[in-house]
Structure formats: structure tokens, C-alpha cells
Design a protein around this ligand. Structure first.
Ligand code: NDP
Ligand code: MG
Length: 347
């Protein structure tokens, strides 16, 4: 790659996605600067990784392409207060999730190219796959194309992340935003964790040992999901016993049935019509009262206690231990979610 024709890149935010993007793009030959609030907890990490760290305003002012990789809920204020006045004329503004632009919370300056590159995986995986010569598939979109080169920039960036090694799919801000929100709510985070908790509670309430219930409904889920990942449901069916397959066929549809699907459609409608985002913004602006309550309920669920005890016996898990919600809160983050372990992050 000829680096002299590459855009210089500012990565604003050095969390889950920011760190992975900055490292991968630098390794792909791009000139990368990191933009962060001075003295914030992730500044130390970016400096330790060898990056020049500037304020978001300085980083944006010096770059051809500016990637906004802070939490979604701070992006509007960051854009309005800092980026709008500092982005170079004709720069390319890039997002990893279309939420703020799609729902009109950010209205980018008319002279900018505005693009989306969303890796379909958490940041740690984006980095790990790149390091081993593979990549996480990326979807990309253009919201504004003032230069006529917006698609070129999005694809160049996605390739620099390693995404092109897996797959690049063109999408729209609308499609990415709505499918991403639906996936994490109905299936990946919301659906999967509620399924696991309900399965655990059912076994424990029936008098079975919590340790055995944990292995059965949480630990073994990874083995099944790995088979999905490698070869779809076909591969899972090839690997499990006939008894497990028969049980799958007759009982799966009793757990996830037409009513569940109807509720999924309600969830999708509330995403599409903006109800979900409206509620989320109100919750964030109110200081996250319900978010904190719901989060605490998850952290206090009995499956977490037994899980900690059982995982302590699997020493290899400790080497890659994720930052806990508690350590992130100590570090002063507004939202307390794990951010360093691939399987602990959201999509
Ligand atoms: P994180 O929560 O990990 O971002 C934290 C980073 O943002 C820290 O470096 C923090 O700096 C910085 N930050 C927070 N507030 C501000 C601010 N006001 N000004 C400047 N920097 C700030 O974010 P994610 O990586 O999870 O998400 C980034 C984007 O990527 C989002 O749009 C998200 O939807 C999208 N995305 C996320 C995925 C994921 O797996 N997490 C997957 C695909 C897309 P400090 O040290 O100062 O606190
Ligand atoms: Mg998401």
C-alpha cells in the first residue's frame, strides 16, 4: 500500500473499537493519531501503545479522516461542541455505528464525506483476527459523498482494519443501525443472556446443583456457538447426539415460539420508529437510573456467583480475564461494560 496517498486518520476514543482500529490501521500503513480527553483513563493505554495523543479538537483538525469511536451517547455533544468547528474542509467523518446520524442526532456539515464502517464483532476480536492474518467482516455505508470518494475512503478504512480479508458488504446507515440494535437486543446480548438465566433458574428451582446447571446452560453454550460460527446449525447438528437433535427439534420451538417472534417484531418496530432510541437518550440524560438497576440485577444473579467460583478452577481463563464492570466503574467510565475480552463484549 502506498502510504503517501493514504488519508491521515484521527481515531477519537480509545476503547473497545478505538484501540483495535488504531492498531490495525497503523499496522496497515496509515498515519494514525488518537484524540482523547486529556487525563482520561484510556490515554495511558494509547500512549503505551506508542500513539501520539492529542485533544479531540487537535486530532480532528489535523486529519483527512476522523473516526468517531466514543460511546454513542456522547457523540452528539462531541460533534457539536468539538468536531463541527475543527474538522478540515472536505474531511471524511467516519462512524462505526450509524445511530446518531440515522436518528438525526448528528447533522454533519454539508462539506464533509460521512461514512460508516462497522466491524461485525467486538474490538478485541477485530484486533486479534488482524494479528493472526484474518479479519472480522465489515459492513460500510455512505451518508454524504461530497468528494465523490466517500466509498473509496470507507473501503480503504475497512480494508485497513482487516475486514476485507473476511468480507465487506455495502449497506445503508438505516440498515446497519436497525439490524445492529435488533441483533444485540433480541439475540446476541438480550436474548442469549435471558435464555441462559431462565434455563439456570429452571434447573436450580427444580433442586439441581447450581454448579451443574452452570456448566449445562452457560459453559457449554460456547461449544455450541463455536460450531454455529464454523459451520452453521448444520455443523452443530453433525456434532451433537441423535438424542440431543431430537430434543432440539421438539423442544426448541416450545421455548422460542410464534409468540417470541411476535415480540421480536415489536422490538424491531420500536427500533425502527425511534421509540427505543428516544427511551435510551432519556435514560442516559437522566443519569442511567434504570440502566444501573438492570445491570446490578444481572451482576447479582446467582449464576454469576457460581460462575466465578467455577471459572477460578479453569486457570487458563484467568490469563485473558476481562476488565470487570467494577474495575471500569473505578476507572470512571459512565457505562460499565467489559471492554477487553472478545467474548465479553457487545456487538
Ligand atoms: P467505548 O465505550 O469502548 O469507548 C470508550 C472510549 O471513548 C474511551 O477512550 C473514552 O475515553 C472515550 N470517550 C468517552 N467519552 C468521551 C468524550 N466525551 N470525548 C472523547 N472521548 C470520549 O466505545 P465502543 O468502542 O464500545 O464503541 C465505539 C463505537 O463503536 C460506538 O459507536 C459503538 O456503537 C460502535 N461499535 C462498538 C462495538 C463494540 O464491540 N463495542 C462493535 C461495533 C461498533 P476516556 O479514557 O477519556 O474515558
Ligand atoms: Mg451495537
Amino acid at each position: 500500500m502506498n502510504t503517501s496517498t493514504n488519508p491521515t486518520i484521527a481515531i477519537i476514543g480509545y476503547g473497545s473499537q478505538g484501540r483495535a482500529h488504531a492498531l490495525n490501521l497503523r499496522d496497515s500503513g496509515f498515519d494514525v493519531v488518537v484524540g482523547l480527553r486529556p487525563g482520561g483513563p484510556t490515554e495511558v493505554k494509547a500512549l503505551a501503545d506508542g500513539f501520539t495523543v492529542k485533544t479531540p479538537a487537535e486530532a480532528a483538525a489535523g486529519a483527512d479522516l476522523v473516526a468517531v469511536l466514543t460511546p454513542d451517547m456522547v457523540q452528539k455533544k462531541l460533534y457539536n461542541d468539538v468536531l463541527a468547528a475543527n474538522l478540515k474542509p472536505g474531511a471524511c467523518l467516519l462512524f462505526a455505528h450509524g445511530l446518531n446520524v440515522h436518528f438525526g442526532m448528528i447533522s454533519p456539515r454539508a462539506d464533509l464525506d460521512v461514512v460508516l464502517v462497522a466491524p461485525k464483532g467486538p474490538g478485541a476480536l477485530v484486533r486479534r483476527e488482524y494479528e493472526i492474518g484474518r479479519g472480522v467482516p465489515c459492513i460500510y455505508a455512505m451518508h454524504q459523498d461530497r468528494s465523490g470518494r466517500a466509498e473509496e475512503f470507507a473501503k480503504l478504512y475497512a480494508a485497513g482494519l482487516g475486514g476485507a480479508r473476511a468480507n465487506l458488504i455495502r449497506t445503508t446507515f438505516k440498515e446497519e443501525t436497525e439490524t445492529d440494535l435488533f441483533g444485540e437486543q433480541a439475540v446476541l446480548c438480550g436474548g442469549a443472556s435471558a435464555l441462559v438465566q431462565a434455563g439456570f433458574e429452571t434447573l436450580v428451582e427444580a433442586g439441581y446443583q447450581p454448579e451443574i446447571a452452570y456448566y449445562e446452560v452457560l459453559h457449554e453454550l460456547k461449544l455450541i456457538v463455536d460450531l454455529f460460527y464454523e459451520g452453521g446449525i448444520t455443523r452443530m447438528l453433525e456434532f451433537v447426539s441423535e438424542t440431543a437433535q431430537y430434543g432440539d427439534f421438539v423442544s426448541g420451538p416450545r421455548v422460542i415460539n410464534a409468540e417470541t417472534k411476535a415480540r421480536m417484531k415489536d422490538i424491531l418496530s420500536e427500533i425502527q420508529d425511534g421509540t427505543f432510541v428516544q427511551r435510551w437518550v432519556a435514560e442516559y440524560d437522566a443519569g442511567l437510573p434504570n440502566y444501573k438497576k438492570f445491570q446490578q440485577a444481572d451482576l447479582d444473579h446467582p449464576i454469576e456467583k457460581v460462575g466465578r467460583e467455577l471459572r477460578a478452577k479453569m486457570q487458563w481463563l484467568q490469563q485473558n480475564a476481562p476488565q470487570t464492570a467494577a474495575t471500569q466503574q473505578d476507572a470512571g467510565q459512565a457505562t460499565a461494560k467489559p471492554s477487553t475480552h472478545p467474548i465479553a463484549e457487545t456487538a
